[in-house]
Design a protein around this ligand. Structure first.
Ligand code: MG
Length: 298
């Protein structure tokens, strides 16, 4: 299989010998933010420059879910299954209620506008964690060119709605995910756009009260950057990279790669048993079935 590069026997077991890498749809501009809705059997994902949230399912293919999308980027679901969306255009994080209304959860910190929320996860207690780099306000391609008012932080919205800056020493935080036991939080650093900042994934220790410590460098993706990643049930981290999707063990060992013909932005697990990896990559949406299951954390 020329779309697989395996470096370990573990990864050989994750791969199904007869499962192809499928290109489900193409012709987009720059896609990100995949999130699976098993209850209605569809995937939502975003074409950010096209200002659209698309919906894909097996029978209908691609249909429009929301346009304009406020240049939506990263997405997940909360503990009640509601869609949580990072919006560059409104510089906010929103929740789509079960009746379709949209609620703004965070748009300002200490009286200043957020930059452009990029990626989001929800912890077991219902708190919402998101990264806020400046990528959506440095040009009109993925949002609205505008002055930066706040540092590029990682934030937590507590269950009562309070917004706290949890990590403040990044140049540009991007993808993030908790380990399945929520004892670790992984956050990608992807650097400011015209600078040669270091790019890597850092790992933080998470206390029972969600206080963070540590933050050492866990792994440096090469080639490319870790725009987005998700975990499987054993705590392996599946990350975007320039050449495809890289699978890292909890010890940061590169177990293997799924090679994708376009630069990968984000991934998510979906399907009946969370055994299908959905991959957004530049102009296309891909999938591949694995002998693995995504962690139940969204
Ligand atoms: Mg991202």
């Amino acid at each position: 299989m020329d779309h697989i590069e395996s470096f370990t026997p573990e990864f050989d077991r994750f791969i199904l010998g007869n499962a192809p890498l499928k290109r489900l749809a193409t012709g987009f501009t720059w896609v990100e933010g995949p999130v699976w809705f098993g209850d209605v059997d569809c995937l939502l994902f975003n074409d950010i420059p096209a200002n659209t949230i698309h919906r894909w399912n097996e029978g209908a293919g691609i249909t429009a879910f929301r346009k304009p999308s406020n240049f939506a980027n990263g997405q997940t679901r909360d503990r009640l299954g509601r869609l949580i969306t990072c919006e560059h255009g409104s510089r906010s994080v929103t929740r789509t209620e079960h009746d379709g209304r949209i609620t703004t959860l965070a748009s300002h910190h200490e009286g200043k506008r957020l930059n452009s929320p990029n990626d989001v996860v929800v912890a077991r207690d219902g708190s919402i964690w998101f990264t806020d780099p400046h990528y959506g306000i440095v040009s009109n391609f993925e949002g609205h060119d505008a002055p930066q008012e706040l540092p590029c932080n990682v934030y937590r919205i507590t269950p009562d709605g309070t917004l706290n800056a949890m990590i403040t020493d990044f140049n540009c935080p991007n993808g993030l995910a908790f380990s399945p036991d929520e004892k670790h939080l992984y956050v990608a650093e992807t650097g400011r756009r015209f600078h040669e900042d270091p790019c890597h994934i850092r790992r933080f220790n998470v206390a029972a009260d969600f206080a963070l410590s540590g933050g050492e460098i866990f792994h440096e993706i090469s080639p490319g950057k870790s725009d987005g990643f998700r975990m499987d049930t054993d705590g392996n981290l599946w990350s975007s990279a320039l050449d495809g999707v890289h699978c890292l063990s909890p010890e940061a060992k590169l177990l293997g790669k799924i090679l994708v013909p376009e630069k990968v932005s984000n991934i998510c697990f979906g399907g009946r048993a969370k055994h299908i990896l959905f991959i957004t990559a530049t102009t296309s949406l891909y999938s591949i079935s694995l002998n693995r299951n995504g962690a139940q954390t969204p």
